[in-house]
Write a protein that binds this ligand. Structure first.
Ligand code: LMR
Length: 396
C-alpha cells in the first residue's frame, strides 16, 4: 500500500520552524510562523492564562468526556466575544457555537459541515490567502476558487475587483473572508468596505464563512469584529471560525470555536445537529483544557481586564515593530518605499521582495520568512532590526 506514496515537501509555513531551529547562526531572525514573540524572542504564557490554569488545577472535578459541543460556558463566552452581548442574531437565538481543536479545527469542521449541506460546492478565498486554506477545504471535498484581494504592485486592496467578483459568485457558493489582520497580507477591509461586502453577499444569498484568527491583534477586540457583526446582522446563514491560539497565546492547547448563524432558532438547532454529527466523525469531541482557561478568563471581570491589557501590549509591540522596521529602512536610504508596512494590520505583511531575494536572506543572513516574502512582524525586535534592515537593503 505505502509504496504508491510520493513524498511531500514540508508545510511552507510550519517547515520553517525546524529550519530556523536547526540553523546555528547566532544572528538568525525568525519571521516565519505567525507566533507572538516578546522583545527577547520568547513566546511567554500570558499572566491571565497562568492564573486561570492555577484556578482550574484547584477546582477541576473530572476528566470525563466533554461531548462534541465542548464546553457550554466557553461556547457562550466566545459567542459574546465575537458578536458582542446584544447582537440581534444572539438575541434572536440564531447562533450556535461549538468548541474546536484550534482555528484550523474550526475551519475543518466548517468545511465538513458545508460539504454536508452542498457537496463539492465552490468556496471563494482571497488571492492570496493563508497557505493552509486551500488544502484544508479541498481535503473536505470543496472546490476552491479565488477572488482578487491584494495588489502586490501597489501594496493595497484590489477592492473594486474583489467586489465585482463577489457580485458574480454563484448563489449556492461559499465566500471565505478574513475578519481582521489578513493573513498573509496585513491589508484589511475598512468598515465602509465591509458594509459593501456585506450588502453584496446578502443580496447574492451565498454563504459567508469568516475566519477570525487574530481578534484583538488589529485595532481591538470589538473593532476587529466589525465585519463579523455587520455580516451576521444582514445575512440568514453564516459561519464563523475563531481561534484562541494568538489572542490568548494558547497555540499548543488547540482551542477555537465554530459558530453557525442560521435563519431562526429551529434551523440553528437542525444545523447544529449536522455539525455535531460531522464532529463525531472527525475527532469525536474537542480537548477541554484550553477552553477551560479561556472561559475562566472571560468569565472573570478581573482576569478579563488583565487579558485585555496583555493583548493590548502584544498589539502595541507589533505596531511598534512595523514603524521601527520602516524607519530603519528609510534611515539606510533604501529607495523603495516600505511605508505600507506601518499601515497594515496584525501579525503579517509581505515585504514584496522576490523569491530569489527571500532565498538569499535565508542562505546568507539566516533570516527566515515564507517564500512569498510574508514576514511575521512579531519576530522583529530592537536587537535584530538593524541587522534585518541592513540585510534587506543588501539583497534589494
Ligand atoms: C501562520 O499563518 O503562520 C499561522 O497561522 C500558523 C499556521 O498554522 O500556519
Amino acid at each position: 500500500m505505502f509504496e504508491t506514496l510520493k513524498g511531500l515537501p514540508a508545510d511552507p509555513i510550519l517547515g520553517l520552524l525546524t529550519q530556523y531551529r536547526d540553523d546555528p547562526n547566532p544572528a538568525k531572525v525568525d519571521l516565519g510562523v505567525g507566533v507572538y514573540k516578546d522583545e527577547a524572542g520568547h513566546t511567554p504564557i500570558l499572566r491571565s492564562v497562568k492564573q486561570a490554569e492555577a484556578h482550574r488545577l484547584n477546582t477541576e472535578q473530572t476528566k470525563v468526556y466533554i461531548g462534541p459541543t465542548g464546553s457550554a460556558s466557553f461556547n457562550t463566552l466566545m459567542t459574546q466575544l465575537a458578536f458582542g452581548n446584544d447582537h440581534p442574531a444572539l438575541l434572536a437565538n440564531r447562533i450556535r457555537t461549538v468548541s474546536t481543536p484550534g482555528g484550523t479545527g474550526a475551519l475543518r469542521v466548517a468545511a465538513d459541515f458545508i460539504q454536508r449541506c452542498r457537496p463539492g460546492v465552490t468556496i471563494w478565498v482571497s488571492d492570496p490567502t493563508w497557505a493552509n486554506h486551500t488544502g484544508l477545504f479541498e481535503a473536505a471535498g470543496l472546490t476552491v476558487r479565488t477572488y482578487p484581494y491584494y495588489d502586490y504592485a501597489n501594496k493595497s486592496l484590489r477592492f473594486d475587483e474583489m467586489l465585482t467578483c463577489l457580485k458574480q459568485v454563484g448563489e449556492q457558493d461559499v465566500v471565505l473572508l478574513h475578519a481582521c489582520c489578513h493573513n498573509p497580507s496585513g491589508a484589511d477591509l475598512t468598515p465602509n468596505q465591509w458594509d459593501k461586502v456585506v450588502e453584496t453577499l446578502a443580496s447574492r444569498g451565498c454563504l459567508p464563512l469568516i475566519d477570525m484568527a487574530y481578534q484583538g491583534f488589529g485595532d481591538g477586540v470589538n473593532e476587529d469584529a466589525y465585519g463579523v457583526r455587520a455580516m451576521a446582522a444582514k445575512v440568514d446563514n453564516m459561519l464563523l471560525c475563531a481561534s484562541c491560539s494568538k489572542n490568548f497565546g494558547l497555540y499548543r492547547e488547540r482551542i477555537g470555536s465554530c459558530s453557525i448563524i442560521a435563519k431562526d432558532n429551529a434551523q440553528a438547532d437542525i444545523a447544529l445537529s449536522v455539525m455535531l454529527y460531522a464532529i463525531r466523525c472527525i475527532y469525536s469531541m474537542p480537548p477541554a483544557h484550553g477552553a477551560a482557561i479561556v472561559e475562566t478568563i472571560l468569565g472573570s471581570d478581573e482576569l478579563k481586564a488583565q487579558w485585555l491589557e496583555e493583548l493590548a501590549v502584544m498589539r502595541a509591540r507589533i505596531n511598534g515593530n512595523r514603524a521601527m522596521l520602516v524607519e530603519k529602512l528609510q534611515a539606510l536610504g533604501v529607495a523603495r518605499d516600505f511605508g505600507f508596512i506601518a499601515n497594515e494590520k496584525g501579525m503579517f505583511s509581505f515585504l514584496g521582495i522576490t523569491p530569489e531575494q527571500v532565498k538569499r536572506l535565508k542562505r546568507d543572513y539566516a533570516i527566515y520568512m515564507v517564500d512569498s516574502s510574508r514576514i511575521s512582524i512579531a519576530g522583529i525586535s530592537h536587537s535584530n532590526v538593524d541587522y534585518l534592515a541592513k540585510s534587506i537593503a543588501a539583497v534589494l
